[in-house]
Design a binder for this molecule. Structure first.
Ligand code: ATP
Length: 449
């Protein structure tokens, strides 16, 4: 059988707007990501994760949590509140600094983020030159009010990052977890930024999910841990199936560094529009703890009994976007293959990220097959996220599972009633093996997480 992977991403094929459109269409068609509030005409740049997408997004987050918390005795988890008082954001610097330069086009009225313009003089909406207003700093935080009284005391903000939750709980976690530096606090959750130009599907949205970890270290060990986390985080993407040619670690130049950072590197992915950020790993010094210590008056230090010295730990922060990362994995996994006269779309996702690990497919809708196939499904579903599909021809069902990246299809046919065996089809090779049902679970356990 001749097969040709002709749309899998390679660096030579960029920019690749065709791939972008295919991912957006596949997402809508297969219940991965829908535009939000669509029946009301949509709500710009907000998205809902459908029955398949919610599984994949959860898998991305679980894979991160597994690697960052479960497999490490030196990192603990946290789930902090989304709403916070102005004091937190004053101390963190977000109230005064968390802004982007906004320009308006005097010709067409379009608004753009100045630092993201290809040509700072040309409006990408209408093409006119020299029509921009002076740049104004636009704060990206969503401001709201807590409680029924509209006064300044009731002002609250939706967090624009999850990181501050870790800093303001540093002392709590230190005392309750009995950890000492080097140790980390990790969190996954929603963040909100009133982005000037959201876009590129779920790449930049105003509501998104982050996966962040603050790793607190003795000051002298900071640069060593910074290198460690750069490697560790880069490898996480590769271990989860990302094509190495589509991902790189890019150290920031001196002009890009924030004043407190002594090193930042971005993990970047080759998106259809070019290289762009998936995650930032920063050596933040003791900036954050110092700020919160000064503003709150609470000591955020560590007393090292062995050395009899007190210090403010330095922080290494790997900060990734869950929704953005899911989109990158989708794009990286998308393949079209020529199978005889047909084109097969297949998501070659790492099994840990695949929405369903397997699908049970009764060959016919006849009750004598549906009954035992359902029983098999119920047994396997105890162990893995399984799909069950009894509609249409078996070939079509295989293709549907290929499109959402299901590693194995288990077909229950009429022979299964006599030989107590099923056919298992591999997503990537399309090869099929006949396996006794009694051996199926052990066989799958060797291949699936
Ligand atoms: P950008 O330069 O793209 O605005 P950033 O450098 O401000 O991003 P960080 O503050 O470092 O981003 O946030 C960490 C991660 O959170 C980013 O690498 C990205 O994956 C994710 N992220 C940030 N903003 C958004 C957004 N508006 N939509 C989706 N994901 C986001």
């Amino acid at each position: 059988m001749g097969r040709l992977a002709f749309i899998a991403m390679t660096q030579e094929q960029f920019p690749n707007s065709e791939l972008f459109d295919k991912i957006v269409n596949l997402s809508k068609r297969r219940g991965i990501v829908y535009p939000s509030a669509e029946i009301y005409g949509g709500f710009r740049s907000t998205y809902d994760y459908g029955p398949v997408g919610v599984l994949m997004l959860r898998n991305v987050k679980d894979a991160w949590w597994r690697s960052m918390v479960q497999l490490r005795h030196d990192v603990v988890g946290l789930d902090a509140s989304i709403l916070g008082p102005p004091a937190v954001w004053e101390a963190s610097g977000h109230l005064s600094n968390f802004s982007d330069p906004l320009v308006d086009c005097k010709e067409c009225g379009a608004r753009h983020r100045e630092d993201k313009l290809e040509d700072p003089n040309v409006c990408p909406t209408c093409g006119n030159t020299g029509t921009f207003t002076e740049a104004r700093q636009f704060n990206l935080m969503f401001k709201t009010q807590a409680g029924p009284v509209e006064d300044t005391a009731a002002v609250a903000y939706l967090r624009p990052e999850t990181a501050q939750g870790m800093f303001i709980n540093f002392a709590n976690v230190l005392y309750t977890s009995r950890k000492k530096p080097p140790f980390g606090i990790a969190q996954i959750g929603k963040s909100f930024r009133n982005e000037i130009t959201p876009g590129n599907f779920v790449f930049r949205t105003r509501e998104f999910e982050q996966m962040e970890m603050e790793f607190f270290v003795p000051p002298a060990e900071a640069s060593e841990w910074y290198s460690y986390w750069c490697d560790k985080r880069f490898n996480w993407y590769v271990e989860h199936g990302m094509t190495e040619a589509n991902i790189r670690l890019r150290p920031h130049g001196d002009d890009e560094l924030s004043h407190y950072s002594s090193g930042t590197s971005d993990v970047e992915f080759l998106f259809p529009w070019g290289w762009d950020e998936l995650e930032g790993i920063a050596n933040r010094g003791n900036f954050d703890l110092t700020q919160h210590m000064e503003h709150s008056g609470t000591k955020l230090e560590f007393f090292d009994q062995a050395a009899n010295e007190r210090y403010i730990p330095h922080v290494i922060e790997p900060a990734a976007g869950a929704t953005r990362t899911m989109m990158a994995f989708l794009m990286d996994a998308y393949h079209e293959e020529q199978v005889n006269d047909d084109t097969r779309v297949v998501l070659k996702l790492h099994p840990r990220l695949a929405p369903f690990k397997l699908a049970v497919l009764p060959l016919s809708k006849k009750p004598e097959l549906i009954g035992p196939a359902t029983e098999l499904y119920e047994h396997l579903a105890e162990h893995w996220m399984c799909d069950f599909d009894q509609t249409q021809a078996i070939g079509k069902r295989y293709r549907r599972q290929d499109e959402i990246g299901t590693p194995y299809c288990v077909t229950f046919d009429f022979d299964s009633l006599d030989d107590n065996a099923v056919t298992v089809r591999d997503r990537d090779t399309m090869e099929q093996v006949r396996l006794p049902i009694a051996e199926l679970q052990a066989w799958l356990s060797e291949r699936l997480p």
